[in-house]
Each structure stands twice: as structure tokens, then as C-alpha cells.
Write a protein that binds this ligand. Structure first.
Ligand SMILES: NC(=O)c1ccc[n+]([C@@H]2O[C@H](COP(=O)([O-])OP(=O)(O)OC[C@H]3O[C@@H](n4cnc5c(N)ncnc54)[C@H](OP(=O)(O)O)[C@@H]3O)[C@@H](O)[C@H]2O)c1
Length: 341
């Protein structure tokens, strides 16, 4: 397989290159693509140095699969070009996720929606991916009426510039004030320090006073689960380098059985249950960091209502929330011979 990665120098692209070292996909060529700033840079893949190419129409010639791991603007400009040259595209940006004929896929949940006619597959938002894995399992045992989620999102979710800003603030915490310029949103007028802070804004606000990130979680979860259940989300950036956490409350139509819930969670091999409060065992960003699975714990029923369940779910936003999910999609397509690779 001839594979391309757009955004190969970014934090998600870098993770994908590392994952591709271990994949069973039969890679005959890996073409690394980024902006003009990275043109000519060398990156190690399987002990060889690969050159990074500047994005252009020609760079997509003769590729079977292209991972787009860059911004929505880059995807909007070049995804069609890659497809017109014969590649299948897996896009990690939000550019096409809500388009009607574009499958939005978390393999544990809805891999069956991909058909050989789909030349573009969208990878969901990181906060959505780790949420829908348990919601899907719960929806099989009881009808979900409503979901309320609060996120505690790591700085790496905002890209490499945000990480650099956070590290600068850590290094200079006691000596000098470093003026924030990236978080919560690079293009906004006002910026806040992330160190020693929790910022209840991820991405820009929409007219309904929810942020774009919050609305992505709502709309994408409904699309993936193929259900119009009520969902509300509050997305918060916290001073953690990597690993998103979420506190989730699910209201069911009927009374919920904790035993059935635990059975359902235990059956999914990519969902690791860490739930032993007496021994202080529960999911942590530090545990999820570097892992491809989703971690769940603090699973308990509501004190007042029999049809309400609470839990805490954590995942590595760069892996299961981005690169690992994208690769998992590609591997499923390969093992099921959807595209003849
Ligand atoms: N970070 C996360 O946790 C996460 C999770 C899920 C989804 N995502 C999504 O994944 C995408 C990448 O995120 P990231 O965090 O990896 O961002 P990042 O670290 O800022 O990297 C961005 C990448 O895009 C490249 N790029 C920038 N402008 C370009 C252009 N005009 N043409 C071609 N390439 C260009 C950059 O190349 P240069 O190095 O040359 O500038 C770099 O390789 C975004 O759509 C993001 O929303 C991120």
C-alpha cells in the first residue's frame, strides 16, 4: 500500500507515523506531507529517513490511502484532489464529519457503515470518540434518553503550539509571566494562562452560547450512534499535557441494572474497566497516556433516580482520540478488503 500523511509533522501526524511502524498494513511507500515550512525536513520511519514534501496537487499522485492530519482548511482544499487522483482519504479534521454521505466512524461502534463507494471517511472529534464507545454499549442494554457530559481536556488537544505555550508557562512559573497567545483559541482576542487554571472554552462560541467543540460532541455522537438522544456538553481545557477525561451522566428511559452495565463494559476489549473505589482504582489521564484503548471507571447509579448512571471515561486524545482510531479504520478496511488493497 502506498500511504500518504498530510500533517506528518504535527502531533497527531507524528503519533500516526509511530503507529504505522507496527501496523500489519503492507506499506510499500509512506509519503510525508506538511506545509511549506517543513519541506525537506527528515523523519525516521522503520530506520529510514523520509523527506517531508510540501503540499501540492502533484504530491497526491499514485497513493492508495491518505490520512489527513491537518486543519479543516487544508482538508477542504486538498481532500478532493487526493480522491480525484485515486486515493481513499481518512480525514481527522472536522471539515466533512457532518456531511450526509460521509461515514463518521469509531470501529467498535459503527464500522459497518463504510462501503466500497465511500472514498472519504471522517475520524470523529477526540472527545466524541471516547464518549460513544461506552454509550454504544449502554444503548444496547437500555434506551438512552439523555446524556450530560463535562470534559476535562488536555492541552495537546489544541496542537503543538498550545503544548509549547503550556511548557513555557511551567518553566517560567516562578520567575516571569509569559503572556498567553494560543489558549483558549489562537484567533480570539483574549487569551488566558492554562497553568493553574481551568478554561471553560474550547474552540469559538456559537450563537447558542455553546462552543463549537461542545456542539461537535453533540452532533457527532448523534450521527455515530444513529440516534437523536438529548445530549448536553460543557468542554473545559485543563492543565494536563495529554489525555482527555470526561464525567458522564446517562439518563435511560427505564431503570438500569448496574450488573448489566458492568457486563457490557467488560465485554468490549478496547474499553478497559478500572473501577475499584476502595483501592482507589479509577481511570487517570496518566494511565491512558500512550495507550490505544478507552478507560472507564467510577461507574455508579444515581443516588436519587434508578434510571440514571454516572461514570468517568479517559483516553489518549492523540491516539484513540485521533491517530489510533484513524489507523484502526484503515486496518478494518484492509482486513475486510473493502477497497481491494
Ligand atoms: N490534537 C488532538 O488531540 C487532536 C485530536 C483529534 C483531532 N485533531 C485534529 O487533527 C488535526 C491535526 O491536529 P494536531 O493537533 O496534530 O495539529 P498540529 O500539531 O498543529 O499539526 C498541524 C499539522 O498540519 C500541517 N499543516 C499546517 N498548515 C498546512 C498546510 N497549509 N498544508 C499542509 N499541511 C499543513 C503542519 O505542518 P507544519 O509543521 O509544516 O506547519 C502540521 O504537520 C486537526 O484538524 C485537529 O483538529 C487533533
Amino acid at each position: 500500500m502506498r500511504i500518504g500523511i498530510v500533517g506528518a509533522t504535527g502531533i497527531v501526524g507524528t503519533k500516526l507515523i509511530q503507529l504505522l511502524e507496527k501496523t500489519h498494513l503492507p506499506i510499500t511507500e509512506l509519503r510525508l506531507i506538511a506545509s511549506v515550512h517543513s519541506s525537506g525536513k527528515l523523519i525516521i520511519f522503520k530506520e529510514k529517513l523520509l523527506e517531508v514534501y510540501k503540499i501540492s496537487a502533484e504530491v497526491f499522485d499514485n497513493l492508495d490511502l491518505v490520512f489527513f492530519m491537518a486543519s479543516s482548511d487544508v482538508a477542504k482544499e486538498y481532500v478532493d484532489v487526493a480522491i480525484s487522483k485515486g486515493a481513499v482519504v481518512i480525514d481527522n479534521s472536522s471539515a466533512f464529519r457532518m456531511k450526509e454521505n460521509v461515514p463518521l466512524v469509531v470501529p467498535e461502534v459503527n464500522q459497518e457503515v463504510i462501503t466500497k463507494n465511500d472514498r472519504l471517511i471522517a475520524n470523529p472529534n477526540c472527545s466524541t470518540i471516547q464518549l460513544v464507545v461506552p454509550l454504544y454499549l449502554l444503548s444496547k442494554i437500555n434506551q438512552i434518553k439523555r446524556v450530560d457530559v463535562s470534559t476535562y481536556q488536555a492541552v495537546s488537544g489544541a496542537g503543538k503550539e498550545a503544548i509549547d505555550e503550556f511548557i513555557e508557562q511551567i518553566k517560567n512559573y516562578e520567575t516571569k509571566k509569559v503572556k498567553p497567545q494560543i489558549l483558549p483559541v489562537k484567533d480570539e482576542l483574549v487569551h488566558y494562562e492554562i497553568i493553574n487554571n481551568a478554561i471553560p472554552q474550547i474552540d469559538v462560541f456559537e450563537n447558542n452560547n455553546y462552543t463549537k467543540e461542545e456542539m461537535k460532541v453533540i452532533h457527532e455522537s448523534q450521527k455515530i450512534l444513529n440516534k437523536k438522544m438529548q445530549i448536553s456538553c460543557t468542554a473545559v481545557r485543563i492543565p494536563v499535557l495529554n489525555g482527555h477525561s470526561e464525567s458522564v451522566t446517562v439518563t435511560f428511559e427505564n431503570e438500569v441494572s448496574l450488573n448489566l452495565v458492568k457486563e457490557a463494559f467488560n465485554e468490549e476489549k478496547n474499553l478497559i474497566v478500572l473501577d475499584d473505589p476502595k483501592n482507589q482504582v479509577y481511570p487517570l489521564a496518566k494511565i491512558a497516556n500512550g495507550k490505544n484503548e478507552v478507560f472507564i471507571g467510577r461507574v455508579r447509579k444515581d443516588i436519587y433516580a434508578n434510571n440514571i448512571l454516572h461514570f468517568f471515561v479517559v483516553a489518549d486524545n492523540l491516539l484513540k482520540g485521533a491517530a489510533a482510531n484513524a489507523l484502526q479504520i484503515a486496518e478494518k478496511c484492509y482486513s475486510e478488503k473493502i477497497y481491494g488493497w
